[in-house]
Design a binder for this molecule. Sequence first.
Ligand code: ADP
Length: 555
Amino acid sequence: MSIGVLAFRGKQDAIDRWSATARYLSERISGYRFEIVPLTLDGMSTEVANERLDFILTNTGNYVVLENAYGISRLATLKVRHLGREFTQFGAVIFISAEQKDLQRLEDIAGHSMMAVSRNAFGGFQMAWRELIDAGVDPFTDLSRLRFIGFPQDDIVHSVIEDRIDVGTVRSGTLERMAADGMIDIDQVKVLGARDSETFPFLHSTRLYPEWPFAKARTTPEKLAQKVAVALLEMEPESEPARQAFAAGWTIPLDYGPVHELFRELKIGPYAYLSKPDLATIWREYKGWIVFSLALVSALLALLFMIVRVEINRREQKHQTQLAHIARVNSMGEMAAGIAHELNQPLTAILNYTSGCLRLLQKNDGDREALRDAIVKAGNDARRAADIIKSLRQFIKREELRQRDIAIRDCIEPALELLRSKLRQQQIAVEVRFAPDVHRIHADRIQIEQVVVNLLLNAIDALQGADRGPAGKKIIVDVSQLDSRYVAVAISDTGPRLSAEVAEHLFDPFFTTKSEGMGMGLSISRSIVESHGGTIEYLVNQEQLPTIRFTLPIK
Ligand code: ADP
């Protein structure tokens, strides 16, 4: 059976100290031979991890680490014999030179220098570390200097007495041993944060923690472990194995919970994962990863953003189409009346032209030229009527608008051409203003042309009643770039301005002030413009003329 022993003072020391115990166990437990395996701290972890040890004899701090990592469990706690006394607990003492007058309490040592064994020494530093933290002093940041000098601890005591360092910490009992050996006079030092304990005879500034445990590995059989525990508890205080171990035998295992608490509080050992490294350390150690992750996250975000945008666009388009459809279905009733209204004009024209033709034929004067002209015009109007029906059919159907990339000019010029004879007949002058650099739009040409025709017809109607004399009858078509996103078409006339009441209801279906009007032109125009994402409104322009202006988004 192997007993892994922490050889903190070297291999030989460990063998000298514990081989009598191994012999004792071999004699007490028949059929088993116990053997000491001296190990360093690291060696101990490796051997336990690889399950090469049956028992473990190590210091308190290391035991808790191994218990936590590999499930080793204690069977007994060592009764240490020191200066003729026995005890199962130990602590640490924090002290200064007796001549140092300005340090009274643990809190006072901030800004002073301190010496200890090593960062990993349980009694030689960590116990004091915990008390300092509790007193509000972080030894790593609040001291002028923190020196670790390793074993032996006697050097720390000398350094303090000789004033080479302000504060020292050593395992409890060290000062008393040095005094007993005549190395120091105990009055040369002053203990900071001294505590009293009835059962513990030595100077100490820290809480007390249990002494070394004797532990079994996780895989060691319970039966054998029991026999070992009994043998240890029965070891005589004055026996050879006890004396060789500088002990008075063993006692029932103490509670190692306080050691866990210390580690947890200091976030070290098994609780190192609790310590939060500061940002600078994280940056130094993980710079590459951080940069890589940030780049990756940015790329993913960009991709996500693009996907979301495409989706939003798609939905917006769908929404637009639905809106347009709703607007159109809502105006289905209007539409029936609208069809009649819109067709009325070309049909009346066709009727006029055909009756003109008949008259010409009846006269029989053979004016073939006039006859041809009337038939061509009737044909044009019939085509226009067909166009209207086509666009109305399209208007009602739920489908994407037949939007193409077009110049707004292509909607305006054909509309003017269509009404040219009517305008000439009524002696109405038309002024067309195209601002330079007007963007192209994305629209259904027939529908926009329809809007322009509606607005021109209204202007013509408005001028008919106007008492302005032939010279004053004028329609202005103004095309401009409203802003970076919209093109505006404003159609003004020199007719009277609208009353507030008319201006308010202008776009309502069936709203008309004309004896033969249907009140549908503007209502239909508005649904067309809005289904293209534009707006239409009545306003008075800079020349104080009544104006209907509609806008359309550029492509
Ligand atoms: P309708 O022309 O059949 O009356 P609209 O919807 O096209 O139907 O027009 C509604 C009303 O708006 C017209 O009756 C008229 O009172 C008014 N209106 C429209 N355009 C003009 C305009 N350019 N000048 C004055 N009034 C107008």
